[in-house]
Design a protein around this ligand. Structure first.
Ligand code: SF4
Ligand code: SF4
Length: 353
């Protein structure tokens, strides 16, 4: 059983990203909540999975002064020739070392925000929202893990006349959806894998609850003015989600059960920009050796999506693909680490895939 934090007054927020153009319509400010109910093997924001604040060390900024070692009461830090070792079993996430670090090499990921402070922070961008038809998106991690705050935050923004979007992976309780849906102008819903076993293999859970919740959200949208619609987003991950059977299966589900509700189905191309994040967290990344997709392969999957039974006009591909040259065209997708890339689509993605 999933239980959420229903505290309405404060939440642990990972990051606030301004000027996003792919987390809903217009120019948006996206608030990334910390903590996730899934554990996707390809996760591009590994620092968002744990709800606890986590320390990271950026070696290029460290001046070797060792101030942090004397500040830490838990003796959790050791500066070695190969870099800073953080004993995460000792680190409490107090952040004292980050505050005192003169090089800003230590950063605490995750900050407690009070409701009013966060509202005041995001409405600074109001002029951009009004001129672009944008607004505020809550994402993560999984924002419904902190459903009490997420709902109160969306409600405050709605009361100020701002457009709001809830970005969810769907692995949450009905109660969490009921706390947030009434105050979301739209929903961004992830559909990663249609096969339950594959879903469990790559995310830690099968997709039963997610698909049940997806149907619940669709019915809610049909019977309410607010939210007004949904975007479905599918991360296109080599050797995981990026196959025609999966894309076709997701498309058939959308066509069969979500007709009239889904305004956009986005295929979000895999990127490998998060390797540093894993290194800073001392975590391995199973997709570290995967290349970007080729544009022709992404085009193929996009065609599959358009032919799956959905309205072809709702299908879009976003993200970077690798430039195709005569040399790399001859090599399989997974064997080449390609540095050259090109953007597909028209926006700046900050999605939690
Ligand atoms: S306080 Fe900062 S700059 Fe100094 S050793 Fe520690 S991490 Fe490096
Ligand atoms: S966050 Fe606190 S406990 Fe963790 S290393 Fe820094 S000072 Fe020590």
């Amino acid at each position: 059983m999933l239980t959420e934090n229903l505290n309405k007054d404060q939440a642990t927020i990972l990051e606030i990203v301004r000027m996003s153009t792919e987390d809903g319509p217009g120019i948006r400010t996206t608030v990334f909540f910390k903590g996730c109910t899934l554990n996707c093997a390809w996760c591009h924001n590994p620092e968002s999975i744990s709800i606890k604040p986590q320390l990271q060390w950026v070696g290029s900024r460290c001046i070797g002064c060792k101030t942090c070692l004397s500040v830490c009461k838990e003796n959790a830090l050791t500066l070695t020739e190969t870099g800073m070792q953080i004993d995460r079993s000792r680190c409490t996430g107090c952040g004292d070392c980050a505050v005192e670090c003169p090089g800003t090499a230590l950063e605490l990921m995750g900050k407690i925000w009070q409701l009013d402070d966060l509202v005041d922070e995001v409405i600074k961008d109001r002029a951009y929202f009004e001129t672009s038809g944008g607004g505020i998106t809550i994402s993560g991690g999984e924002p419904t893990m902190q459903a009490g705050f997420a709902g109160a935050f969306l409600k405050s923004l709605r009361a100020k006349g701002l457009h709001t979007a809830l970005d969810t992976c769907g692995q949450c309780s009905r109660n969490a959806l009921d706390q947030t849906l009434p105050y979301a102008a739209m929903v961004l819903f992830d559909m990663k894998l249609i096969d339950p076993e594959a879903h469990k293999k790559f995310t830690g859970h099968d997709n039963k609850r997610i698909l049940d919740n997806l149907l619940y959200v669709a019915d809610y949208i049909r019977s309410h003015v607010y939210p007004s619609g949904m975007w479905v987003r599918t991360p296109i991950i080599p050797n995981a989600t990026a196959d025609s059977e999966n894309i076709s299966g997701i498309g058939q589900f959308i066509a069969s059960y979500l007709d009239g509700v889904v305004q956009r189905w986005e295929l979000c191309a895999f990127n490998n920009l998060c390797q540093d994040k894993y290194q800073r967290l001392d975590q391995p990344w199973a997709f570290a050796d995967e290349s970007l997709l080729t544009k022709s392969f992404l085009d193929e999957l996009t065609d599959t999506a358009k032919q799956s039974g959905v309205d072809p006009d709702i299908v879009f591909a976003t993200g970077a693909t690798r430039l195709e040259t005569p040399e790399n065209m001859q090599k399989p997708e997974t064997q080449e680490k390609q540095e050259t890339q090109q953007e597909v689509g028209d926006g700046v993605s900050s999605e939690r895939i």
